[in-house]
Ligand binder design. Structure first.
Ligand code: ASP
Ligand code: MG
Length: 422
């Protein structure tokens, strides 16, 4: 029988009734004969509350001690989940990350998983038990409890699925959330958006970092690296969800599978500066040192002088401006300006690698609704346009429409056929 890792997020285990509901679902799958590992996040908003609690004692809590406090959230949830399963007559044992063999690099607050010693998980499984593992945490080689960064339970689940080689057993990693899958666009903005039955890791990563927010990007990266199929499903509805897997030939039939909008961007522009060797390195090293994530970078040359501009999230704009101003002061040249109220609309699809005319179609769609494009960036599977924030929703709808992603459109039919074939 296939081995399946099932992960339930904080909302799905938010109160005792929901915990029982999840337990019934797990017990049923166990009865059907699947070998199961369950991963859970802390109940509801527990992690936020634990951080707030720590800050009341120490405004900037020590990282090690904060990990100690945060890790308790998942520990409560796994204990309760194992109890609920036992109530239903389903043999289950709760485990902290450390007890489950999840080893980390020891960096507090944002550890990486270095390996999984799956012996104990394997023994529990072979006894027919369901191990219930605390997400978001692990233990370093020095025995320190560390957490994986916010939203890290997804990564725990995919990493365990990789370590147990679930794909070889015909299983997968199931991520249960409060959305019923991955959509062609944010359904709160584009009403005709529809659920995608399948998406590739690459596309999901682009959409995740573009603000589609369904899955933690690190979990998707893990899935891609170890070939773990990830099934995103609604925890309360029986919907078929979305499968994240390797790209297939059929996926390339469509140039674009989804589009996304990233709002609240600002732009920093530097003008009247000579393009000396090392200039770019100096500016962006200073920004990186301050942990500022730069979105897109553009550079143009006009005669002797150069213009360099980049976009950042609104919240980072003030810091970015200050840092660049400092660098320009040291260099003794350059004019600095800052714009607010920008957004980025993007179209994503692995099929772009083999289809022509995708960019031109996107530009025409924006022109037809009179939206000016301030900048363009592309990758092998993505085209992005910087626009005014005020045009954001209209732009997303136009791009969604032009690639036929809406309900009942040709693209939807193609995807469904793809699923039927799979
Ligand atoms: N409980 C942790 C958080 O709130 C981890 C997770 O939910 O994945 O970030
Ligand atoms: Mg979460």
């Amino acid at each position: 029988m296939p081995t399946i890792v099932q992960k339930f997020g904080g909302t799905s285990v938010g109160d005792p009734e929901r915990i029982m509901r999840v337990a019934r679902r797990v017990a049923k799958a166990r009865e059907a004969g699947f070998d199961l590992v369950v991963v859970v996040s802390a109940m509801g908003h527990t992690t936020d509350e634990l951080i707030a609690l720590a800050e009341r004692v120490s405004p900037i809590p020590d990282r090690r001690e904060l990990d100690m406090v945060m890790a308790t959230g998942e520990q409560v949830a796994v204990g309760l989940m194992a109890m609920a399963l036992r109530e239903l007559g389903c043999a289950a044992t709760s485990l902290t990350g450390g007890q489950a063999g999840i080893r980390t690099d020891g960096v507090h607050g944002r550890s990486r998983i270095t390996r999984i010693e799956s012996g104990r998980l394997g023994r529990l499984l072979s006894r027919g038990e369901v191990p219930v593992v605390a997400g978001f945490q692990g233990i370093s080689d020095d025995g320190e409890v560390t957490t994986l960064g916010r939203g890290g339970s997804d990564t725990t689940a995919v990493a365990i699925a990789a370590a147990l080689r679930v794909a070889d057993t015909g299983g997968c990693c199931e991520i249960y959330t409060d959305v019923d899958g991955v959509y062609t666009a944010d359904p709160r903005i584009v009403r005709s958006a529809c659920r995608l039955p399948r998406i590739s890791y690459e596309e999901m990563l682009e959409l995740a970092t573009l603000g589609a927010g369904v899955m933690h990007p690190r979990a998707v990266l893990f899935g891609e690296k170890f070939g773990v199929p990830i099934h995103v499903r609604h925890s309360q509805k029986p919907d078929p969800g979305t499968m994240i897997a390797r790209e297939s030939q059929a996926m390339e039939e469509l140039a674009v599978v989804g589009c996304a909008l990233k709002e609240d961007l600002g732009r920093v522009s530097i003008r009247q500066i000579r393009n000396t060797i090392g200039l770019q390195g100096r500016i962006f090293t200073a920004l990186a040192a301050a942990n500022i994530v730069v979105d897109d970078i553009m550079q143009t040359e006009q005669g002797e002088s150069t213009m360099i501009a980049f976009t950042v999230e609104h919240g980072d704009l003030g810091d970015a401006k200050e840092i660049v101003a400092g660098t320009l002061a040291q260099l003794g040249e350059g004019e600095l300006s800052v714009e607010v109220g920008l957004a980025k609309v993007s179209a994503v699809g692995v099929g772009m690698k083999v289809h022509a005319g995708v960019a031109s179609r996107m530009f025409r769609a924006l022109a037809e609704v009179s939206i000016p494009i301030h900048n363009i960036t592309t990758s092998e599977i993505k085209i992005s346009c910087i626009i005014d924030k005020a045009d954001g929703h209209k732009a997303l709808e136009a791009v969604h429409r032009t690639f036929g992603l809406g309900l009942g459109s040709h693209a939807t039919v193609a995807m469904q056929t793809d699923q039927a074939r799979a």
